[in-house]
Ligand binder design. Structure first.
Ligand code: ADP
Length: 612
């Protein structure tokens, strides 16, 4: 190759650099965390490779990270004995954005308020390029593990282009060095660097030194006994594992011995990361065997509905050179998963009993994911169902109750658990289908999380009591009163007239046994989809056809009684207008109104009559 080759950055890279420099200026020290973390990754990679390949270049070199601060020359450098890079790696890994979503993230960062930005940074790595915040030019010197490989120097001012040239380098690994900008000279101070490292990198598993003085403890904290670990250390470890800036909500320290042997330190974060729902960014637990790091994204150690749990699992039962494929199918890991799941659920149960506020915090942050376990984890269905929480017609605003609470205060003759779904409690309380329940003081659960309508109907029952939506037509709440044969026939004809007028807009028209104050309501048939669920389906799929509703009419309501008189007097024109208006009004309340013009024009007609 020619002595010095020049390459230009891809367009998106320039954008990224620009964003990094202008968004992260409030947190310049992140560069240190990013560089140490890259070195640590490079060392982990070579440590795993060493297990199976004894021909690696520089096989015996000690795995470590050395930071040097030179006040004479203003140069900061960090050097590792990791896996190194060849020319291709330098071009492909250090000149492109590896992670999709990074650009999007940084743009978010730019929009966010300054106080939020630190927690956002924690959730994403910003990478090697953060170095350009504190310097104008970076030099990378690196050599990989090829026995006959070459060494390279990469140089760039982070602007348009970078250069690569071949160099001599005696040992394996990567050295990154740069002169600090005038305003960042403080990063040449030992104490300054050490303080930052303590914050971000105290648990790096390789020796880390600053000007030849060791700074980290390299202890596997989960290997120590519970009583030995201070709360503060746990919090620090949590922050190290997750990059979260906040303290965790709770932790769980397990030491399992027997058929299966492992130690584990798990955390539930205090708030949901913004990428909780995207699959791409879900991490999984860190897996170690015999204190040696294997992989940091073991998704198969926890069921999906617990994927927000963070931490490490260290087992003695797997070989050190376990491959990724093996970890995906290993029966040992499957057993560990079962144990972890049970322990986490027990922990949540305990929290829900002992510290309701804390549990509520958990539930608000992770409930939407957690509750899906009630449908997907058959073994633990009962446990999870007990941990579900809902608002209710009988709870204080903001208070959430469990199904156990509900059952314990059911009316004596009540045999079913009732729920109503709505986008929030305030809207739910206005639903006409609640009138009967209100009048009888029967409690109704309010499902206000969109996920609830997928989870709750599939529970079918709890504690032997079936769980029913009050929107459904088969909710039988009162017995129809005795009526004379003649009255019955008249009513039947009147109802038939309704059906006649509405035609195929409705599935059926029936007498309502649940309405108290409203003249009509729309309900779904026994097989029909919950109204809230239909709305979600409509949102996801514009062409989704909603099912026809059953219209219930309240024969005792004065308005309906008036209509019955019109019917007897054969004032069909007026009756038709009124029935259509009632139907559309009910659609409006349910949020289904498509064309408000007709409705409003008809209303003007009625108003004109009324004010005449
Ligand atoms: P990230 O670390 O998030 O992937 P970076 O921009 O920090 O993004 O690094 C890009 C890639 O460059 C890394 O994934 C790795 O392949 C390579 N790299 C960076 N630093 C080192 C290093 N010290 N040793 C070996 N490879 C490295």
């Amino acid at each position: 190759m020619e002595k010095v080759q020049s390459h230009s950055f891809k367009a998106e890279m320039k954008q990224l650099l620009n964003l990094i420099i202008h968004s992260l200026y409030a947190h310049p020290e992140v560069f240190l965390r990013e560089l140490v973390s890259n070195s640590s990754d490079a060392l982990s990679k070579i440590r795993i490779k060493k297990l199976t390949d004894s021909t690696l270049f520089d096989f015996d070199s000690k795995l470590e990270i050395k930071i040097k601060l030179d006040k004479e020359t203003n140069i900061f450098s960090i050097e590792d004995t990791g896996i190194g890079m060849d020319e291709n790696d330098l071009i492909n890994n250090i000149g492109t954005i590896a992670k999709s979503g990074t650009l999007e993230f940084i743009s978010k960062l730019k929009e966010s308020k300054k106080e939020d930005s630190s927690s956002l940074i924690g959730q994403f790595g910003v990478g090697f390029y953060s170095a350009f915040m504190v310097t104008d030019e970076v030099t990378i010197e690196t050599r990989n593990d090829e026995p006959n490989g070459k060494a390279y120097r990469w140089k760039s001012n982070g602007d348009e282009s970078f250069t690569i040239e071949e160099i001599e380098k005696e040992n394996r690994g990567t050295k990154i060095s740069f002169a600090l900008k005038e305003e960042f000279k403080e990063y040449l101070e030992d104490w300054k660097i050490k303080t930052i490292l303590k914050k971000y990198s105290n648990f790096v598993e390789f020796d880390l030194s600053v000007n030849d003085e060791k700074v980290n403890s390299v202890t596997a904290i989960w290997q120590r006994s519970k009583d030995d670990i201070k709360e503060e250390e746990l919090n620090e470890f949590y922050k190290f594992v997750t990059n979260d800036y906040n303290e965790p909500l709770t932790h769980l320290h397990l030491n399992i011995e027997g058929n299966i042997n492992f130690k584990s330190l798990l955390f539930i974060p205090a708030s949901a990361p913004m990428n909780l729902y995207s699959n791409e960014l879900d991490k999984g637990l860190q897996l170690y065997t015999k204190k040696i790091f294997i992989q940091d994204d073991s998704k198969n150690l926890l069921p999906d509905y617990l994927k927000f749990v963070r931490g490490v699992v260290d087992t003695e039962d797997l070989p050190l050179n376990v491959s990724r494929e093996v970890t995906q199918t290993s029966p040992i890991l499957a057993k560990i998963k079962t144990i972890l799941t049970t322990r986490i659920l027990n922990n949540l149960e305990e929290m829900s009993n002992k510290d309701k506020d804390k549990y509520k915090k958990f539930y608000l942050a992770f409930g939407p994911i957690f509750k899906t376990g009630a449908n997907s984890d058959y073994t633990n269905k009962e446990k999870i169902t007990k941990l579900l929480r809902f608002e209710s017609t009988h709870s204080e605003d903001g208070e959430m109750i469990s199904l156990t609470d509900y059952v314990s205060r059911m009316k004596e003759d009540q045999t079913e658990i009732f729920y109503l779904s709505a986008s929030n409690k305030e809207i739910a309380l206005k639903n006409p289908n609640l009138e009967f329940f209100k009048s009888k003081d029967i409690e109704v659960l309010i499902l206000s999380d969109p996920m609830d309508v997928f989870v709750v109907p599939n529970l079918y029952e709890f504690d032997g009591k079936s769980i029913k939506s009050i929107d459904k037509a088969d909710v039988k709440v009162t017995e129809a009163e005795e009526k004379s044969e003649e009255a019955k026939t008249n009513e039947d004809n009147f109802i038939a007239k309704f059906k006649d007028i509405l035609g195929d807009k409705v599935e059926n028209v029936i007498e309502s046994l649940r309405l108290v104050d409203s003249p009509v309501t729309l309900v779904v048939g026994q097989q029909g989809m919950d109204a809230q669920m239909e709305k979600m389906m409509q949102m996801m799929d514009k062409d989704f056809v909603t099912s026809k509703k059953i219209m219930e009419i309240n024969l005792k309501h004065p308005l309906i009684k008036n209509l019955e008189k019109l019917f007897v007097a054969k004032e069909n024109e007026k009756l038709e207008l009124a029935v259509n208006q009632l139907y559309e009004g009910a659609m409006l309340i349910e949020g289904y109104m498509k064309n408000p013009n007709e409705f409003v024009n008809r209303m003007y007609g009625f108003m004109q009559d009324a004010t005449n």
